[in-house]
Ligand binder design. Sequence first.
Ligand code: ATP
Length: 324
Amino acid sequence: MIKHIGVFTSGGDSPGMNACLRAVVRTAIYHGIQVTGIMKGYQGLIEGDFLPMNARSVSNIIHRGGTILKSARSADFMQKAGRDQAFKMLSNSGIDALVAIGGDGTFRGATIFNSEFGTPFVGIPGTIDNDLYGTDYTLGFDTAVNTAVEAIDKIRDTAASHDRLFFVEVMGRDAGYIALWAGISGGAEAILLPEEKTDIDKLISLLKTGEEQLKTSSIVIVCEGDDAGGALEIAKMVKAKQPGFDTRVTVLGHVQRGGSPSAFDRILGSRLGVAATQELLRGVHGKTAGILNNKITFTDFTKATKQHAPLDPEMLRYSKILAI
Ligand code: ATP
């Protein structure tokens, strides 16, 4: 019988984590369960950095980006000694189950902790990368795409006014979701993704075809994890082969992580927070909540951490049709 849950945010922060935290805290209280916030992810668990929470502790945070619990990457939790210490802190505090909001690394840590100490866990996918298995959307992805599109729209104004070729780098070390979605929404001429091999000559030929078809400016979206390099490297390679192109580079960077969450991310955080907490109280654990075809689902951690969600091949195909 669970009487006291702990909740934490871990890995990279993402917009919507606060909305989700609010939902977890209020659902626990609604069901008469004590709830404690754990600061700075697994590091706070090890250090016993705990914050007792009530319904008012999460007032006025639904619209805020980042995470009021803060987030951290914990090297100590990767070691058995660190996890032993975390379990000691947990036992001393009386917390008997955990809700982890984070990415696949967070879920991997949770799985190991659970196998060692049996502490019940549920996970909620919080990452802007949208690459987690078992959900169509992760918390923060929609906001990050909208931030990138807003920037691309502004860049398009100057690209069109000066007949320039812009390379815009968006986040995604291993996954091209943000690049693909922002590229389609922003009407990009080309989208370079880690999931596809980049061929500079092919890219140049595509841009030249555009010119022949009276395009006077172009935007190329480069995912930061592209195999040919980042936007700066790719722009240099293109310029070396085509000195006549008037190229510019914009690296969007961390602006994509911050900002007020979109209504979609607030709803997603609220839905996943309520569902995951209720499922944990029902005795289900070792699973991550997700949304598939607009229905809440739960996927085993072991399955969710073994694979990444692949890009939708239809979206890839559409992006090429729409860029002519
Ligand atoms: P993001 O997708 O934003 O990077 P993430 O949850 O994948 O989020 P990670 O840094 O990979 O971020 O993982 C968060 C934390 O989880 C790590 O700092 C570490 O403390 C813990 N963790 C990750 N992998 C393991 C592991 N194999 N064993 C124990 N702990 C782990």
